[in-house]
Structure formats: structure tokens, C-alpha cells
Design a protein around this ligand. Structure first.
Ligand code: NAD
Ligand code: 0WE
Length: 258
């Protein structure tokens, strides 16, 4: 029997079959979870419905996290399908593309900073607020996706790194707030992976190559590996773990001089 049997999760952030959220969904489905999916905007609807079907799910709900009314509507619709929820996977980030290139101070604007923090960090808080009634009293788990740029100054990651630092602090505050209600909150910090969010990032290919050459395991991580760790953290196997950030990056973050 899978270690997520009889648990129900909302998966956000699937945009393609390369999305990290898709790796998480596949691992959770394999372990027996029932899944619901959200998609950002009508353009992604068909694709997400098709991927949901592969996980035996017919629940695909629109959710743009910049809009409070969509967040409310998403959980209201979810409540029509399910009488409770065991967890939410938050796999969403956005900063204006121009701000992910060049010198940090040159690239960063007030508006870009606000957007990056709103979509990439506050949205996790917002989903927790909207979902907490459905999750109450069930050993729930919330999970988000971070990156090393939260704790190191990574060239070009810029304002996204500051937003990921906020997201990781958010994990700790949310864990403190929700712990008494039985809900755990964690993050996976993934190594770089070629997804839609990585497409069009300047020199992403050379970053993958650099990591591959230096990281202890001498290869990049996969969405399947991130998915397995995420499924574990959302399961009762991780019942003693909350407020933490688990690196799934083939060991890159331990290096000093490579
Ligand atoms: P992806 O493009 O497949 O997923 C990003 C998702 O964010 C998309 O599904 C998109 O629809 C969603 N999104 C953006 N703005 C949104 C909004 N306003 N409302 C709702 N959804 C919105 O890329 P990915 O690499 O799978 O990214 C998923 C997460 O993983 C992000 O938090 C990213 O920062 C993180 N991450 C990625 C890498 C990497 O190298 N790819 C590494 C570490 C962490
Ligand atoms: O979190 C990310 C990327 C998130 C992201 C991607 C985009 C591209 C399209 C956020 N906003 C946007 N905005 C867009 O318009 N990663 C961890 C992947 C990533 O992105 C980088 C990286 C890595 C790693 C950007 C610069 C340097 C390293």
C-alpha cells in the first residue's frame, strides 16, 4: 500500500510535463494519493486536464494566485468535490523576466520586487489561509519549492532570490502558526531543472553544465527525485518534520570550493 493512500492533495504549478509539480503529482499518485490540480489561466486548462487524467483525477480548477477571488473560488469548488484536504503543493514563482538578468541593483524595481514577493511568497500564505478550514484536524502538510538563491547570491537570480528568502521564512512562520492545528509546512530546495520557468533564462544551459561538473553526484537532479522527496514530506513518514527546507540538489549546496 502506498504511503499516501487515502490522502487528498491540491497540486498547483503544473504548466507542462516538465514542471516540478508534475514530478510531485506522479510520485504522490504512485503512493496512492487522490489529487486535484490547479492551472493558471485558460491557456493551460486543456494541458492540465490531460495531465490530471493521467493521475486518475478529473479535478482541474482555475487559479491565478494574484487574485484573491480566484483563491476563494478554487477552495470553494474543491469543497464541492471533497469534504477535507490533506495538503497543498505550492510550486509557483514569478518575477518580471527583465529582473532576472544583470546586476541586482540595476535590474530591480519597486514594482518587480513587489510582484516577485506577491506571486512567489505571499501566495503560499494565501493558499494556507484559504485552505485551512478544509485541512483542519487531519495531519495536513503544506509544501513549497525553493532554490539555493534564497540563501546565496546567485548571479542573475536577483529579486527572485530575495523572494525565495521570504518564502523560506514564510515556511517557518506558517509552520509555527499551523503546527498546533496538526498541519506541517516544509520546502524542498531543488537544484536547477530545465522547465518552462527556466526557458529563456540567460545561460541556463551553462548553469546546468557547471552544476553537473562540480556537484558531489556529478549530475543534475530530476523532477522525479524532487517529486519523491516532496511526497515523503507530505506523508505521515515525515510526521516529525516541520518548518524545514530539504535540499534535493545532488549535494550542490554543501560545497565550498568545488
Ligand atoms: P514551471 O514553469 O513548470 O512552473 C511554474 C508555475 O508557476 C507554472 O505552472 C505557472 O503557471 C505558475 N505560476 C506563475 N505565476 C502564477 C500565478 N500568478 N498564479 C498561478 N500560478 C502561477 O517551472 P518549475 O521550474 O516547475 O517551477 C516550479 C517551482 O519550482 C517554482 O517555485 C520555482 O521557483 C521552483 N524551482 C525551480 C527550479 C528550476 O530550476 N526549474 C529550481 C528550484 C526551484
Ligand atoms: O525559480 C526559478 C525561476 C522562476 C522564474 C522564472 C521566470 C521565467 C519567465 C520566475 N519568474 C520568471 N519570469 C519569467 O518571465 N528557478 C529556480 C530557475 C532559475 O531561474 C534562474 C536561475 C534558476 C536556477 C534565473 C537566473 C539564474 C538562475
Amino acid at each position: 500500500m502506498g504511503f499516501l493512500t487515502d490522502k487528498r492533495f491540491l497540486i498547483t504549478g503544473v504548466a507542462s510535463n516538465r514542471s516540478i509539480a508534475w514530478g510531485v503529482a506522479q510520485a504522490m499518485h504512485r503512493e496512492g494519493a487522490q489529487l486535484a490540480f490547479s492551472y493558471q489561466g485558460e491557456k493551460l486548462r486543456g494541458r492540465v486536464e490531460d495531465l490530471a487524467a493521467k493521475c486518475d483525477s478529473n479535478i482541474a480548477l482555475p487559479l491565478d494566485v494574484s487574485r484573491d477571488e480566484e483563491i476563494e473560488a478554487c477552495f470553494a469548488q474543491l469543497a464541492e468535490h471533497w469534504d477535507g484536504l490533506d495538503g497543498i503543493v505550492h510550486s509557483i514563482a514569478f518575477a518580471p523576466k527583465e529582473e532576472l538578468e544583470g546586476d541586482y541593483l540595476d535590474a530591480t524595481t519597486r514594482q518587480g520586487f513587489a510582484t516577485a514577493h506577491d506571486i512567489s511568497s505571499y501566495s503560499f500564505t494565501a493558499l494556507a489561509k484559504a485552505g485551512r478550514n478544509l485541512m483542519a484536524g487531519r495531519n495536513g502538510a503544506l509544501l513549497t519549492m525553493s532554490y539555493l538563491g534564497a540563501v546565496r547570491a546567485v548571479p542573475n537570480y536577483n529579486v527572485m532570490g530575495v523572494a525565495k528568502a521570504s518564502l523560506e521564512a514564510n515556511v517557518r512562520y506558517m509552520a509555527a502558526s499551523l503546527g498546533p492545528h496538526g498541519t506541517r509546512v516544509n520546502a524542498v530546495s531543488a537544484g536547477p531543472i530545465r522547465t518552462l520557468a527556466a526557458a529563456g533564462i540567460a545561460d541556463f544551459r551553462s548553469m546546468l553544465k557547471q552544476v553537473e561538473e562540480r556537484t558531489p553526484m556529478r549530475r543534475n537532479v530530476t523532477i522525479e527525485e524532487v517529486g519523491n522527496a516532496a511526497a515523503f514530506l507530505c506523508s505521515d513518514l515525515a510526521s516529525g518534520i516541520t518548518g524545514d527546507v530539504l535540499y534535493v540538489d545532488t549535494g550542490y549546496h554543501i560545497l565550498g570550493l568545488g
